[in-house]
Design a protein around this ligand. Structure first.
Ligand SMILES: Nc1ncnc2c1ncn2[C@@H]1O[C@H](COP(=O)(O)OP(=O)(O)O)[C@@H](O)[C@H]1O
Ligand SMILES: [Mg+2]
Length: 233
């Protein structure tokens, strides 16, 4: 589903170059659930943004669902991204004074063609994350866990093959964390590819494979032996 080869990323600021990613190669299969771990500042968000085509690498190749993204112009790239990928972030990034329903509709408003069944679809996604009784609440009236579930519904509105989540539980209590992890597991069982960045081992252990990033390199990639209930759902 996602294939990267020798990805490097160097930031240059005030003529000082900082290499952040130092040659990362990685294949993520369709339907896989992968966690990326590592301490703060090791380049996890930088890698996620490159995987999601939100940022471009300094070097290296990226293939998304068989398409080499290098040859695409910005319009083609954002079209591909909108169709294939749903993003979830630690900070939710909802419009505060906007209802849950309208937050979920937002990606469709920016789409080329506003679907006739947009509202129906948005409501269905909100129901699927357990928010049927919160649709008309403003984002600012929701708890952190509810806000993150609205953000997940927004990420799902275009029915993406891939969910990329950067520290999705970083601002949540343990109950809300479990709710989010249950949703991710279900989305994965439905066949979606999930990539979660986290520094929390307990969160990573819901994935099938755990990658460890250090100083801009993958130093470890292991199948998750502690995975429970992987075959008996
Ligand atoms: N836009 C940017 N410009 C310059 N440096 C950046 C930028 N984004 C990230 N960095 C630097 O890259 C390093 C890795 O950042 P990041 O990918 O956010 O790490 P992580 O998500 O693992 O905490 C940090 O040292 C950070 O300061
Ligand atoms: Mg980060």
């Amino acid at each position: 589903m996602i294939k990267i080869k020798n990805i490097k990323k160097t930031y240059t600021k005030a003529s000082v170059s900082t290499p952040v990613l130092r040659g990362i190669s990685l294949s993520i299969q369709r339907g896989e659930y992968v966690a990326i771990m590592g301490t703060s500042g090791t380049g996890k968000s930088t890698l996620m943004n490159i995987l999601g085509c939100l940022d471009k690498p300094t070097n290296g190749q990226l293939e998304l669902d068989g398409v080499d993204v290098h040859g695409l112009d910005d319009d083609a790239l954002s079209a591909l991204r909108n169709k294939k990928i749903g993003f979830v972030f630690q900070q939710f990034f909802l419009l505060e004074r906007t209802t849950a329903l309208d937050n979920v509709l937002l990606p469709l408003i920016y789409a080329e063609k506003y679907p006739v069944d947009a509202v129906k679809r948005a409501k269905k996604t909100l129901v699927s994350v357990g928010l049927e009784d919160r649709m008309e609440y403003l984002a600012s009236e929701l708890s952190g866990g509810e806000q993150q579930r609205v953000a997940i519904a927004r990420a799902l509105i275009n029915d993406p093959d891939v969910i990329l989540a950067d520290e999705p539980t970083g601002n949540l209590d343990s109950k809300s964390t479990n709710e989010v992890l249950e949703i991710f597991s279900r989305l994965n069982q439905e066949g979606r590819t999930i990539v979660v960045v986290t520094h929390d081992r307990a969160v990573a252990e819901h994935a099938q494979r755990i990658l460890e990033l250090k100083d801009g390199q993958i130093i470890n990639s292991v199948a998750n032996s502690k995975l429970k209930n992987s075959s008996d759902h």
